[in-house]
Write a protein that binds this ligand. Structure first.
Ligand code: SAH
Length: 348
């Protein structure tokens, strides 16, 4: 018997909910109630929606599904309260998310795809390729499920887990609209960061969505040749073109960008690289976030020692570039994103 596809109701905007409910012969005002149950009260079943008639609740159960994620494992850091979640999706796919408590609020790092097809050499998420895109509801549920588990409110979201947000553009934008909806989870749009490996058409399109999030560009190299050798996707996008896309994002949204640069010993951490990087970013309204590379078991990249990092930073600062070094969180639990998932995939 063919399985009838149910509507993924958690991915719908209030306007789309209105159409769904009208098609079921309901009054449009019901949409606000259902939206409130799903995104404000974070209901886990239609039975909880007690201000709807019993008949409507039964009808919704037939027509729609409420995507819900249950963690298959949680690793908690004893050092700083970081919690790393592994979730199994309905079709058996695995994804990772990370909860990080900061003084300024709780942050969750979400995955936008199961796996990734961008191929960055230093990244664990890409080792098994792309399995599939996540639905907006599955991205959202990473945050809601973590709130349920920790009983804490999440105020910040970074799209820096597995996957490339602009390779799953529609769902990524839908997710951002839903989580920042003031009738729902109501996250401040300024507390959302989207990280991209530099799909230029995505950056330009995203600039015009009127969603002024913080955009992070994964740069990792100061010139085209080195960038191509670390990030195969860079062959498709000339570095200058990517930087121009970033300028366009700033001019359109007036939001300052972050450039991510993972320091890899002997690869991109020389003083010459620091000078070239300063030249590249001169005049950009940006700051650079240096991340000592997270060693990935299957790859041979190492972190530079602290003296090398210090001289790299010094050159950037001397050139007036705003620099931060990313603090390592959860150092005692599975390192880089994607590693937990890979371990499970390898053992299964
Ligand atoms: N696809 C997006 C977001 C996912 S990765 C992107 O490329 O930006 C989030 C960030 O972690 C990116 O800057 C990515 O380059 C970086 N990253 C991946 N593997 C890493 C590792 N082993 N060490 C340090 N940073 C890493």
């Amino acid at each position: 018997m063919a399985r009838i596809m149910k509507t993924d109701i958690k991915s719908l905007s209030e306007t789309e909910l209105k159409s769904l409910l009208e098609a079921l012969g309901e009054k449009p005002f019901r949409a606000a109630q259902v939206f409130d149950w799903i995104h404000k009260k974070k209901a886990q079943s239609f039975d909880e929606m007690t201000n709807l008639s019993l008949a409507l609740r039964e009808r919704l159960k037939e027509e729609a599904e409420l995507v819900s994620l249950v963690p298959v494992s949680v690793q908690a850091s004893l050092l700083d309260g970081t919690r790393k979640y592994l979730f199994r999706l309905e079709d058996g796919n695995l994804i990772e998310s990370v909860f990080m408590p900061y003084h300024h609020g709780n942050s969750v790092c979400v995955s936008s795809q199961a796996g990734c097809r961008m191929g960055c050499r230093f990244c664990a998420s890409t080792i098994h390729g792309l399995s599939r895109n996540l639905k907006a509801s599955e991205i959202l549920e990473q945050v809601y499920a973590i709130e349920r588990d920790t009983k804490e409110r999440v105020s910040h979201v970074v799209m820096m887990g597995s996957g490339e947000p602009f390779d799953n553009y529609e769902a990524a934008v839908r997710f951002i609209r839903l989580i920042s909806d003031d009738k729902g989870a109501d996250l401040s749009i300024r507390n959302i960061t989207v990280s991209t490996c530099g799909l230029t058409e995505g950056i330009r399109r995203f600039a015009e969505e009127d969603l002024p999030v913080t955009l992070a560009l994964s740069l990792h190299a100061p010139n085209q040749a080195l960038r191509e050798s670390l990030m195969p996707i860079a062959r498709r996008y000339d570095l200058q073109e990517v930087i121009e896309g970033c300028s366009f994002y700033f001019e359109t949204t007036h939001r300052r960008l972050t450039f991510e640069y993972a320091l890899m010993n002997g690869i991109n951490d020389s003083e010459a690289c620091a000078r070239e990087l300063s030249e590249l970013l001169k005049g950009q309204h940006a700051h650079i976030n240096l991340i000592p590379v997270n060693p990935v078991e299957e790859r041979d990249f190492r972190q530079p020692d602290s003296a090398r990092i210090a001289s790299f930073v010094k050159i950037l600062e001397k050139n007036g570039i705003n620099v931060t070094i990313r603090r390592t969180m959860g150092a005692d639990i599975d390192g880089a994103c994607g590693q937990l998932r890979n371990r499970v995939l390898q053992n299964s």
